[in-house]
Design a protein. Structure first.
Length: 297
């Protein structure tokens, strides 16, 4: 099986690759050899370990997005400044690759004031907009570092990043709350905590310790504590992003579970939300990036 081209999503911790025939996925593979685990001279071997069976005699285009384009990545793909199209510039060619591949890396986006950056999300946004012509509104991309992105006339106008996912991981696994937060979910507790954080954001630090106290004094269920922790952090995020989402057309691009959690939190505030699959948006965006490489070839 020879791929027409290869799509790659290369993040900090994960590497995912798809053998493509036009817009059709022929095969896919992944590993834990993300950017953070590799030296610059190890990127090509990590990729070839995944895709070697898809290669033939003729060189194949590999189009990659994500942290692979960071300063510590395979090749640095400089940020493009907003406002701009999600993919305003052609991907950067990786020099000196194996003769069987031509590798390209998609640049990220930057915002000078307030300072902010993204890598990978711009590709998902491009893929989302490719299937929704003339779409204006706000896109939320939940994850370790959640993004809120204002879209107008096909351009990224502005965006903000929130460390909500990373804060949840740190608090639930490395703080005193690790003794009180477990697996499972409590939808009512999540809704209550989200509303509480939205109405009283100044109480967030106290509410967080309250999760530990409720465990010690009242043996609070660990699934309830997990849902409350998530609700408090997401509620604080929604409070800070209210100018973005209030009264706007909204879309969420992310993994299904996390997207549903954010959608529920927004729906509790009366917002109408569309959800889109992150992988499908990534592949559609990488297809758009491939067109740019072919136009400049």
């Amino acid at each position: 099986m020879n791929a027409e081209w290869i799509a790659v999503d290369w993040g900090t911790s994960q590497l995912r690759a798809w053998a493509m025939q036009g817009d059709t996925v022929l095969a896919q593979s992944q590993s834990d050899r993300g950017m953070a685990r590799l030296s610059r001279d190890a990127f090509q071997s990590a990729l070839l370990d995944l895709i070697e069976d898809w290669l033939g005699a003729e060189p194949v285009d590999v189009v990659a997005c994500g942290m692979v384009g960071a300063r510590q990545g395979w090749v640095e793909a400089p940020y493009s400044a907003v406002p701009s199209a999600p993919l305003p510039d052609a991907p950067i060619r990786v020099p000196g690759t194996d003769a069987r591949i031509r590798a390209f890396v998609v640049p990220g986006l930057k915002q000078n004031a307030p300072p902010d950056v993204m890598r990978g999300e711009e590709t998902q946004i491009s893929g989302f907009l490719a299937t929704r012509p003339n779409w204006d509104g706000v896109i939320c991309l939940p994850g370790t570092h959640s993004k809120w992105v204002q879209i107008s006339a096909g351009e990224v106008v502005s965006f903000r990043t929130f460390m909500t996912g990373e804060m949840f991981e740190l608090l639930s696994e490395q703080s005193v709350l690790k003794h009180s937060v477990g697996d499972g979910w409590d939808a009512d507790a999540f809704a209550e905590a989200t509303a509480d954080a939205l109405s009283k954001p100044e109480q967030l630090a106290a509410r967080l310790f309250g999760l530990r106290a409720a465990d010690l004094l009242h043996n609070q269920d660990k699934a309830t504590a997990r849902a409350k922790l998530s609700g408090l952090l997401i509620g604080a995020e929604l409070g800070a992003t209210r100018p973005y989402w209030l009264g706007q057309q909204l879309a969420i691009i992310g993994a299904e579970g996390m997207s549903q959690i954010y959608a529920r939190a927004l729906q509790l505030q009366g917002a109408f939300v569309d959800t889109a699959n992150a992988t499908q948006c990534t592949l559609a965006g990488l297809a758009q990036a491939r067109k740019l490489t072919r136009q400049t070839a």
